[in-house]
Design a binder for this molecule. Structure first.
Ligand SMILES: N[C@@H](CCC(=O)N[C@@H](CS)C(=O)NCC(=O)O)C(=O)O
Length: 246
């Protein structure tokens, strides 16, 4: 089948960043459900040799690595530009995307969000409190730097949303449901304010864990981004509030 497919797992923050970018572009796409536990199976390894998600399929073009997917979607599809035109703002965007991957995810979100949210919810695990405590100093350092770089701007690279916001928001939306959020955000009020701003966007509301799980159930069907639906109706998209969690 032609068109765009995102192969991912509901709840994956990197997968959500890909979906968010498609939503912001107003694209139509399908969600290709990858069952947890099948990431190392041949069918998925053929798409992603390192056994992770997300993977983008655009007609005969296949691509893994979230940053590459976000940049490809921004370059290849019509819709609002999600990369600043100004070189310094674009460089700041690139820097923030690497902060997300190297410092926020590695050792902070992949520990705290896994121990508090993913492990208990999907695998029935009890949080490892020692691992969470060990992740907190790095977590505070990362939050301090994110707060510094955001400063008093509405979005990380200025007045308009960019790929940096779309990569970071799923990670922070995970963390904001944990008890550690209070400490991470303490004295860094611009971060919860930014996250609230992000959560008001139709792209964030269309890609909550529940909404993606619903997409996965009907994964043979094309999903029309909330933005495209709104544009074609000439109305604000009416998206029901999520029931719980994300
Ligand atoms: N560098 C990768 C990271 C992707 C990643 O870590 N995805 C997680 C889900 S959010 C995953 O596939 N985890 C499965 C595993 O580690 O086995 C990217 O940017 O796409």
């Amino acid at each position: 089948m032609s068109g765009i497919i995102i192969h991912s797992i509901p709840g994956s923050p990197f997968g959500r960043a890909a979906l968010l970018t498609l939503e912001e572009k107003g694209a139509s796409y399908r969600f290709g459900m990858v069952a947890p536990g099948t990431l190392r199976e041949q069918q998925h390894l053929a798409r992603h040799p390192f056994g992770r998600v997300p993977v983008l399929q655009h007609d005969d073009f296949q691509l893994y690595e979230a940053q590459a997917i976000l940049r490809y979607v921004d370059r290849a599809l019509p819709g609002p530009a999600l990369t600043p035109a100004q070189p310094r703002a674009a460089a700041r965007m690139d820097q923030l995307m690497n902060i997300n991957d190297w410092y926020l995810f590695q050792g902070v979100a992949n520990v705290i969000a896994f121990q508090r949210v993913v492990g208990p919810r999907l695998l029935g695990l009890i949080p490892d409190e020692a691992a969470i405590a060990a992740a907190m100093p790095k977590g505070c350092a990362v939050f301090e730097e994110l707060s510094h770089l955001l400063a008093d701007q509405p979005y990380f690279t200025g007045d308009s949303i960019s790929l940096a916001d779309l990569l970071l928001a799923p990670q922070l939306d995970f963390l904001c449901d944990t008890p550690e959020w209070t400490v991470l955000a303490d004295g860094r009020e611009n971060l919860p304010t930014w996250l609230d701003r992000m959560k008001q966007r139709s792209s964030m509301q269309a890609t909550t864990w529940e909404r993606v799980a619903a997409m996965a159930q009907g994964s043979r069907n094309s999903h029309v981004s909330a933005r495209r639906e709104r544009d074609s109706n000439g109305l604000a998209a009416s998206i029901p509030a999520p029931q719980a969690g994300r």
